[in-house]
Design a protein around this ligand. Structure first.
Ligand code: MN
Length: 228
């Protein structure tokens, strides 16, 4: 059937070491999943029930590169995160079976308008403008789990203009990848093409136009972004 408007493009992420693409369906993000970052944001890093929020499918910036400093903020922050790419989904997925749903893993940045997020927190308003803006989800090529395995430890780091800002280890995740998948699937049906940003370690901070960001995770490669 003919579409009445141009059909919107379907975002897709390169798969490391191949010419294949991973098409994106939805983007979920977990908040406060490293104790030291929860503390720096003024929260108590207990194992309180994880919470999640979304970004639009087309917020991805596959392979990084130039990202425009977004309007309506004076405090754009970087959050380097392990991203999980799902090959299978379902509802009420038990944590013990969740790794079977994973296609692979990537390095991502959950770009955040920290000033708008603070205002939203104060007023009990949603985080959409703080988290779900254009180009707010840079992501590296995806490494298939058949290559990387399912990493539960390894360095995760981010530098700006050559100065390290964030460094953590995947073994510091409060909620593991299988637990995160199990949790989200209790609220929505997960499906092939879903991406999950799993939270950031401490050291988040502001970006300005001209900043050159490099970040990486052991075994999963690196991602570079320039704020323009
Ligand atoms: Mn985040």
């Amino acid at each position: 059937m003919e579409a009445v408007i141009p059909v919107p493009p379907s975002p897709a992420i390169p798969v490391h070491g191949t010419a294949a693409l991973f098409p994106v369906r939805r983007i979920y993000c977990i908040g406060r999943n490293y104790a030291d970052h929860a503390r720096e944001m003024g929260s108590d890093p207990t194992r309180e029930t994880p919470f999640f929020f979304g970004k639009p499918q087309d917020a991805v910036v596959p392979g990084g590169g130039a990202v425009a400093y977004p309007p309506a903020t004076a405090n754009l922050h970087h959050e380097v995160e392990l991203v999980v790419a799902l090959a299978q989904g379902g509802r009420d997925i038990p944590a013990a079976e969740a790794e079977r749903c994973v296609f692979g893993y990537a390095v991502g940045i959950d770009l955040t308008r920290r000033d708008l997020q603070a205002k939203a927190k104060d007023k009990g308003q949603p985080w959409d403008t703080a988290k779900g803006f254009d180009q707010s989800a840079p992501i590296s090529p995806i490494t298939p789990a058949t290559t990387s395995g399912h990493p539960s430890a390894g360095a995760i780091w981010l530098s700006v203009n050559g100065t390290e800002r964030q460094r953590g280890n995947l073994d510091q995740l409060i909620w593991s990848v299988p637990e995160v998948i199990a949790h989200i699937s209790r609220f929505v049906a997960l499906a092939p093409g879903d991406l999950i940003y799993t939270g950031t370690p401490a050291g988040v901070g502001p970006l300005v136009p001209g900043d050159r960001i490099r970040c990486g995770i052991d075994g999963l490669g690196e991602l570079e972004v320039v704020i323009v």
